[in-house]
Design a protein around this ligand. Structure first.
Ligand code: SF4
Length: 174
């Protein structure tokens, strides 16, 4: 389950829009997973729609969450994602720290631009974007092109406060 913001989703959508096979895979995975809880989804073994021959087909444009989800243990990944064991995957904490910092900066930038900084589940967001013409331009113009796409939990209060402080710190320089 990948969470992302609108700009990350538009970046991925631009990479896959002309690839009918990937667009079909996104819609198929979205339809299979949209009603599942996170636990059901993990147990389902349904792979990311953007995998192609076991490789990420949009790797340079992958969402921030994918950047931060770094494993240094192949056996632990195979146990969890191939053999269905409960996920217990060692990940270097530095990646998570950088991920949180980048995500907060992105959200601060969105707030400065008065754009929506909500997070969405990746397939749901991509399916919405790919089903519409000029979704990114319309979103930038203030239209809610994600109507009907559930938003994920907002940042916890202390992160929310820090994001607002970042935005307030930069605002006078614009
Ligand atoms: S890295 Fe690529 S294939 Fe893996 S979950 Fe992220 S988008 Fe999907």
């Amino acid at each position: 389950m990948v969470a992302l913001t609108a700009p990350e989703a538009f970046l991925v959508a631009a990479r896959v829009r002309k690839n009918a096979r990937v667009v079909a895979a996104i819609n198929e995975v979205h339809n299979k997973t949209r009603e599942l809880t996170l636990e059901q989804r993990l147990r389902s073994g349904i792979m990311c729609a953007l995998l192609d021959e076991k490789v990420c087909s949009i790797y340079p444009a992958r969402p921030l969450g994918c950047h931060g989800f770094v494993s240094v243990n192949l056996d632990a990944c195979i146990a969890a994602f191939v053999n269905g064991a409960p996920p217990d995957i060692p990940m270097p904490s530095e990646y998570a720290t950088v991920l949180y910092a980048c995500r907060m900066l992105l959200m601060a930038a969105l707030r400065l631009l008065r754009l929506n900084d909500s997070s969405y589940e990746m397939n749901a967001a991509l399916a919405a974007i790919l089903s519409q013409e000029n979704a990114e331009a319309r979103w930038l113009a203030g239209e809610n092109v994600f109507a009907g796409v559930p938003t994920l939990a907002p940042p916890p209060p202390q992160f929310d406060l820090a994001i607002n402080e970042m935005a307030a710190y930069v605002a006078p320089t614009l």
